[in-house]
Design a protein around this ligand. Structure first.
Ligand code: 26Q
Length: 834
């Protein structure tokens, strides 16, 4: 072996790594920017593409993250601190550039440096595609959590998948959703660092073999597998002005270099190369469903791929620092499972500890059940993940054996606690028996975890009373609540600079780290001067939003109108339909001349439908058709406008939330686990109209009932009403609803498209409608009338707006993460040692 390889491998010269700190002033930043632009990318005056200035700036900032990133990693290693791993199939990060700039405290310097070069920062920043590696709330929550962990200087690493294609792009064609692939990596990704040195080998298929070693110990081998490589790509996660840079590690699937020899020798070279291709498909695309897509083999492959690679990575790190002694592993490591999507980790950690590290079952189980923690994000029974046993047997035979063994031991425990209660054993089994037996992933997660949490107070309570009741009876202390939160860095300070400046001037800037500081605004809600400034900021934000809506939707929004907004995934339980019924009702009022006490409104709706969710797609079509009829009718001029904004996502929300007056949170009570959009709107001074569902309840508790528009049945009311729900009776006796249904049923919104809304109409009239839209309509309309009255009184409205922001402190993800850490993770704050 040559001595030069030795050198690189073992003893890197100190000068190689010891660099002077990079300049953080405008001139220094501009200099680096120009060097990247001209020298690295070789651009000259003929280059018109705005892509390169973006990239040059991104690299300038990335350089300034690198040293802090390395310091953070080294400090975590050297202090041997306890760590948490956030395992998630989704991380909806959005853009990284402004975030890096803001958290590094370089926003002003960069803006000046670019300005001196004749460039506008905002224009550069728009050239970055969103990292859309998630569906909605659950994926964005993971991103907010990473921001808070880095800001709180907690040693937390995210583990996810590096999808080549993120969430599809939504186009609207003739009012209908059309999906386009999101090839977000096409122009490269400045923010990722490939780490081929940490590649892992992941097994699939094959069979298991049992034998005894010399000492007579039973050993299981998983053999004849089809292996896939997992290559990590690291993304830096900067904390807020604190020198911490944590890591999000995303795995990409790649084929092994070995060809399938049999096929190769049989002359099927193309077939064996095609096999390579299949391996790489694992991380090709994000599943665009926000309720489980059951039984798809590729999805199970993704889940195991993430679980296995991440656990191997963690065990390798452990062995590097501590050797093969696992006695202290559980007190130094925690895996937080983001829903059941990575729940196969429970069995995979058992497998790696037993089959690869030679631990006994009891030792391995003690470690597993002291390190795994599970967060549930849904109450909808149809969204509970189940996988056919036969799929497991085929794809993950060793994992299935372990799940069976976990189940056998668990059911013995149940039998001991409730002797003879066979029905309870059947109910609690990890295996749902039947013609096609299924593995219940939530139960696997519960049995394998020491902590199970819901994401809002009501949700956590309903979990223990309903879905997980039997498990709560057995282990009441495992269950807890962690109400969601969002990061105020992205969702207030960055996206709403006008409000940020007003806040800084009024109460100082500590709120960026400590959102409870916002209560210091409360006294200002009664100061006319402050109100006027608050109003000005909101109007400016509405102006900007109106301009964007004009471009995207070709609909004219007037800033004098109430901006009434519902943006989220399209789902029946979220009841975008009820919003539409209300719009039709307002339209009908205009048509019959009933416009006394009118508050002009601009209604904005946006969100993606899962491509296979027919009803959700029909709802999008209905919104667009109603919008067209309303906007075309001269009678609505100055009174009502409706727009459906295409391709709603993280970046769009950054301009929508600051410009919103009224936040629509109108799900059927008991169905929305928490909601997080509701929190973003509240922070930005929107007032909520909502049901007693998810975190709405806590929002209302904080802001006070006078500053929240409540309507609708409670969760308990919904359940008790179900058995004698008579929507047709309700419609017949409510003249407004009767007229709305009349318009819908007459085909007024589908003149030349006969029958296209029949399913929607039937669903409203169906006595078994699980979402009970008709039941809440009257109450919703009345609440909306209170909204209109309040909005017409500007002073009153502005006061409510201020108080909503002022009382939003609880909904910072910093608070949420502090609670996860206090109750579940028990991590020490570890500032990087410089
Ligand atoms: C599962 C299996 C196969 C394919 C897809 C899925 C899948 C993917 C995503 C199932 C569910 C999701 C996403 C769920 C989600 O976003 N839930 C939301 O989580 C938020 C954060 O806790 C809550 O605020 C919302 O109330 C909840 O709906």
């Amino acid at each position: 072996m040559s001595s030069s390889t030795d050198l690189i491998k073992n003893e890197q010269p100190a000068q190689l790594l010891d660099l002077p700190p990079l300049r953080m002033d405008a001139e220094g930043l501009a200099e680096d920017f120009r060097r990247y632009y001209a020298h690295t990318f070789g651009r000259d005056r003929d280059c018109q593409s705005p892509h390169y200035p973006y990239k040059a700036l991104a690299m300038t900032l990335r350089d300034r993250l690198m040293e802090r990133w390395k310091q953070t990693r080294q400090t975590y290693d050297e202090t041997r601190c306890k760590r948490t791993y956030y395992l998630s199939l989704e991380f909806l990060m959005g853009r990284a550039l402004s975030n890096a700039m803001f958290n590094l405290g370089l926003d002003d310097a960069v803006e000046r440096g670019l300005y001196d070069l004749g460039l506008v920062l905002e224009e550069l920043a728009t050239n970055e595609p969103d990292a859309g590696l998630g569906n909605g709330g659950l994926g964005r929550l993971a991103a907010c959590f990473l921001d808070s962990c880095a800001t709180l200087q907690l040693p937390v690493r995210g583990y996810g998948l590096r999808y080549e294609y993120g969430m599809f792009r939504q186009m609207i064609d003739n009012g209908e959703q059309v999906e386009e692939p999101d090839h977000w990596l096409r122009d490269g990704n400045v923010w990722e660092l490939e780490r081929p040195e940490f590649t892992q080998r992941i097994q699939f298929g094959g069979r298991t073999e049992t034998y005894r070693d010399q000492s007579g110990r039973m050993i299981v081998r998983w053999v004849d597998t089809h292996d896939v490589l997992a290559i990590p790509y690291d993304i830096p996660v900067p904390g807020y002005r604190n020198d911490t840079v944590n890591t999000l590690r995303l795995w990409k699937a790649a084929a092994t270099d070995e060809f399938d020899l049999d096929e190769f020798n049989a002359g099927s070279y193309p077939e064996s190369v095609a096999q390579k291709n299949a391996a790489e498909h694992i991380t090709m695309v994000l599943y665009p469903n926000d309720a489980s897509e059951n039984g798809k083999e590729l999805r199970l492959r993704q889940q195991f791929f993430l679980a296995s690679a991440s656990i191997k990575d963690v065990l390798r790190d452990w062995i590097r620092l501590h050797g093969r002694d696992f006695t202290r592993f559980a007190e130094s490591n925690c895996f937080q499972l983001n829903d059941t999507h990575p729940a196969v980790s429970v069995a995979e950690l058992m497998r790696q500890l037993m089959d690869e590290q030679q631990l006994e079952w009891d030792e391995a189980w003690a470690i597993t059940t002291r390190t795994m923690a599970y967060t549930n994000h849904t109450l909808l029974p149809e969204a509970l993940e189940r996988w056919p046993v036969r799929l497991f047997r085929q794809l993950l035979p060793r994992i299935l054996e372990i799940i069976f063994e976990i189940n056998a031991r668990f059911l013995a425990e149940v039998a001991l606690r409730w002797p003879g209660d066979n029905d309870r054993q059947r109910r609690m089994s990890l295996i749902e028996e039947g013609y096609d037996p299924q593995v219940r992933m939530a139960y696997l997660a519960i049995v394998g975890s020491f902590s199970i949490n819901g994401v809002a107070a009501l949700h956590s309570e309903l979990l223990t009373e309903g879905l997980f009741r039997d498990f709560h009876d057995l282990w009441p202390n495992k269950f807890n609540n962690k109400t969601n939160g969002v990061t105020q860095r992205r969702w207030l300070a960055m996206c709403n600079p006008g409000l940020r400046d007003l806040l800084d001037e009024t109460i100082g800037s500590d709120w960026v780290r400590d959102l409870d500081q916002l209560t210091r605004l409360v006294p200002y809600a009664d100061e006319p001067d402050f109100r006027a400034r608050w109003y000005r900021v909101k109007q400016d934000n509405k102006e900007r939003l109106a301009k964007q809506i004009g471009q995207l939707c070709r609909v004219d929004f007037s800033v004098d109108a109430l901006f009434d907004v519902q943006v989220k995934r399209i789902h029946e339980y979220k009841r975008q339909l009820m919003n539409v019924l209300h719009i039709i009702h307002l339209y009908n009022r205009i048509k019959r001349g009933d416009t006394q006490n009118w508050a002009p409104r601009c209604v904005l709706i946006g969100g993606k439908a899962a491509p296979g969710y027919v009803m959700a797609k029909e709802i999008i079509k209905l919104i667009n058709n109603v919008a067209r009829v309303v906007n075309m009718d001269p009678a609505t001029q100055g009174l009502l406008r409706v727009a459906f904004v295409p391709d709603y996502g993280v970046t769009l929300m950054e301009s929508i939330a600051p410009g919103t007056d009224l936040s629509e949170q109108i799900s059927t009570a008991g169905k929305e686990a928490s909601g997080t959009g509701n929190m973003k709107f509240m922070m930005n001074g929107a007032v909520t109209i909502g049901t007693l569902d998810g975190a709405n309840i806590e929002i209302r508790d904080q802001v006070g009932e006078g500053n929240f528009f409540l309507f609708g049945l409670t969760a308990a009311g919904v359940e008790s009403r179900r058995h004698h729900y008579d929507p047709n009776g309700i419609i017949a006796t409510d003249p407004d609803l009767l007229e709305v249904m009349g318009l819908l049923e007459s085909g007024h919104f589908n003149r030349f498209e006969g029958g296209i809304f029949d399913q929607i109409i039937l669903s409203i009239r169906n006595p078994h409608d699980p979402w009970m839209t008709a039941a809440d309509f009257r109450s919703y309309v009345e609440s909306q009338e209170h909204v209109a009255t309040a909005y017409r009184d500007r002073e009153r409205w502005v006061r409510m707006s201020i108080l909503n922001t002022a009382y939003s402190g609880r909904f910072s993800s910093d608070r949420t993460i502090a609670e996860y850490n206090r109750d579940i993770w028990h991590l020490e704050k570890v500032p990087p040692q410089g």
